[in-house]
Design a protein around this ligand. Sequence first.
Ligand code: PMV
Length: 356
Amino acid sequence: MSTNSFVFDAPAEGYFQTQWQAPSNIALIKYWGKYGQQLPHNPSISFTLSQCVTTTAVSFSLREQGTTAFDFLFDQKKQPEFHPKIQQFLDRITPYFPALEGYHLSISSQNSFPHSSGIASSASAMAALALCIADFEKQFHSDWTEEGFLQKASFLARLGSGSAARSIVGPLMVWGHSKAFPRSNDQYAIAPAVKWHPIFHYYQDTVLIVDKEQKKVSSTLGHGLMQGHPFAPQRFKQAHTHLEQLKTALISGDLERFIDLTEAEALALHAMMMTSNPRFVLMQPNTLAILQKVGDYRTQTGRPLSFTLDAGANVHLLYPKKERKPIMDFIRKELLVYCQQGQHINDQVGNGAKKI
Ligand code: PMV
């Protein structure tokens, strides 16, 4: 797909202000390995979440000569450590919206979840910022459809952080070309026009905070580890196959298959990290204790509780909403002891970003 259709120029004039709230997402089929400008080596699919969100307000004013491109507040405070990432994002997206160069952006952001909880916030943060910028661009497009707007927002978000491309709409988003999803592509994520089984409506995600530290392996380093990885070709092929199989389970409501595939994906992600050069073990003893207990609980009770993992020690516990009561009792009694200060976040599948 050519990226020319994403280039849009407009005159630098006027003032504009907007605010968007974008959710985090949790991948069921994992994106791990990229090339070119944030393009994925394999397709991924994620649940869009609803409680873990970033809210970002941006005002665009004409930029005077010699002034900076942006100023940034996080939780109402100056946080210069975020500047390089924002600058890199603006540098990457400006070729697709050159008028931005004529503007100064005043950006103010906050998260609904603690920044130091070990939950990656780049997906929701980049998606919220991308939506504000796409909303600004929309002022100059009298003919833009909702679909065109969302595609551009996802395209821009991807340039900030790959997984952010999937934090735009819900309940499930596919990013990367897969033969199972006709409109899927590497440039932006889509919410497939598929009737998912109702068991996945408001599917629960309880995030167990095993380690609050920031990620030990940065995204860029992590994806780079797949370059020349001895298992990379098999892994990319596996992700394609898993996605095709998962689509069937998500439509039929086959929870056994859903659990089997999503847990296999989480462990495949960590297997890639454990066998790369350099190698990383990001799971901790408490992570493994939780995985063991989840498996035992499922065998003993038959309840469909399963796990998935990000590139870190924390565990996302997935289960249907109707099972919430007994499963939360189990989590409280048996699993919170493995969390730092018992910290956990109760989230569920949601419908995507919104303008505030
Ligand atoms: O968006 P990035 O570059 O932070 O990569 C995210 C990678 C995983 O979270 C491990 C998997 C995924 O698909 O979200």
